[in-house]
Write a protein that binds this ligand. Structure first.
Ligand SMILES: *Cc1c(COP(=O)(O)O)cnc(C)c1O
Length: 397
């Protein structure tokens, strides 16, 4: 059994802070700074270019990919790290369209993160073959699956509301209609149990700076179902996805396996930071984290609803349909969140009126939840948000 008091000590969280934004940027795990220093001072500083071999830098994207794979139900050798999530969305979508023949429709939902939709729009424009992006309400995706759809591209957990799709059911229904499936696990990896092998989508992608605590700009990941790894087309055909990068051939030949989804030189320092950050999961099962996340979320919802009648829950009430965040709509959500942050309770805000709270049991306790709900109630009920200093909008909300 995981001792969540002990896992909390694996993170460096400033005194007086209750951190409810690990769904957007995870906090700094202890041990990460020492690893970064070692990579810089020892590996880079003393081994110079020989560290690509001696320190195993070249294998990092695969090795770390296997560790991430372990948290999302993917077998060894099916996940590789690199680039940002937006780039991985582009890569997965290009490969998916290549697999899906003459169909022209990419189906997604209106709750998807804009960057995923933007990447689809850019790819459609670049291909210039009459593809079309169709978005429907999240609740309407099942009915919208049809035989004109080439690719179903969804984010498993909605970044604003926390609403979670039924990955297995949607994948199965889509594939029965000949649709290729991509899941974006940005708000799932490290947050909820994911079984890629069981659900069977062709592709999955995700980022690692949210619930996996890899730090700002941490590399993203891509999963390709093992039976497709030698046929999936790597449209971003960079040299490190080549069969023999150091042959320096003029012609591209994709590497066998997941390696072909690599592109260029990996960000070694940031990827080493992520590698060290994943140690925070040692001895922890995602099932225990999920159970604790549900308990803490229910506690938070009950406390906020009891004390703040002006806030409306916009996350699903049923925990089985919700990821690991709780969102409330409030007319004065932006200044209220700034007032909350000023008191050390850090969540965030998403336009037009949503206050988001990430629930991350590795470093959040029931006492934190109670204290955060009490602060929120004071701010809302005593109008402590009603001040010019909280209304000024920052660039990042
Ligand atoms: C966080 C997030 C992104 C961000 O993409 P980056 O390229 O890492 O900036 C993209 N898609 C989804 C669904 C996200 O939640």
């Amino acid at each position: 059994m995981t001792n969540f008091d002990e896992t909390r000590s694996r993170f460096q969280i400033p005194d007086g802070v209750i951190y409810l934004d690990g769904n957007s940027l995870g906090p700094l795990p202890r041990g990460v700074q020492a690893r970064a220093a070692e990579v810089m001072q020892h590996d880079w500083g003393t081994q110079l270019i020989t560290a690509w071999n001696k320190a195993g830098w070249m294998d990092l994207p695969r090795r770390v990919g296997d560790r991430v794979g372990g948290l999302i139900g993917a077998p060894a050798g099916s996940v590789v790290m690199g680039d940002t999530l937006s780039v991985k969305v582009f890569q997965a979508l290009s490969a998916a369209l290549k697999l899906s023949g003459d169909r022209k429709v990419i189906l997604s939902d209106t709750g998807n993160f804009p960057s995923d939709l933007y990447m689809a729009q850019g790819l459609i424009a670049a291909l210039d073959q009459g593809h079309q992006l169709r978005t429907v309400a999240p609740e309407a995706v099942t009915e919208a699956l049809s035989e004109d759809v080439a690719v179903l591209m969804l984010t498993h957990v909605d970044y604003r509301t926390g609403r979670m799709h039924d990955m297995a059911a949607l994948t199965q229904k889509a594939q029965a209609l000949g649709i290729v499936v991509i899941w974006d696990l940005a708000h799932s990896a490290g947050a909820v149990p994911v079984d890629l092998t069981g659900a069977g989508p062709e592709f999955a992608v995700g980022c690692t700076y949210k619930y996996l605590n890899g730090g700002p700009g941490a590399p993203a990941f891509i999963y390709v179902r093992p039976d497709l790894q030698d046929t999936a087309f790597p449209v971003l055909s960079g040299w490190l996805g080549h069969e023999a990068p150091f042959a320096f051939d003029a012609d591209y030949r994709p590497a066998a396996g997941i390696e072909r989804m690599r592109c260029g030189t990996p960000p070694v320092i940031q990827m080493s930071v992520l590698d060290a950050a994943l140690d925070a999961w040692d001895g922890v099962t995602i099932a225990e984290v999920r159970a604790q996340s549900i308990a803490l979320s229910q506690r938070f919802i009950a406390a906020v609803e009891a004390a703040c009648p002006d806030l409306t829950l916009v996350s699903p009430r049923d925990p089985l349909q919700r990821g690991s965040q709780v969102s409330f709509a409030f007319e004065h959500g932006y200044p209220a969140m700034q007032a909350l942050i000023a008191r050390g309770v850090i969540g965030d805000f998403r336009a037009p009126d949503i206050m988001r709270f990430g629930i991350t049991p590795l470093y959040l306790s029931a006492d934190d939840i109670d204290a955060a709900a009490a602060q929120l109630a004071a701010i809302v009920n005593d109008r402590l948000w009603d001040s010019d200093q909280y209304r000024a909008r920052n660039a990042v909300t």
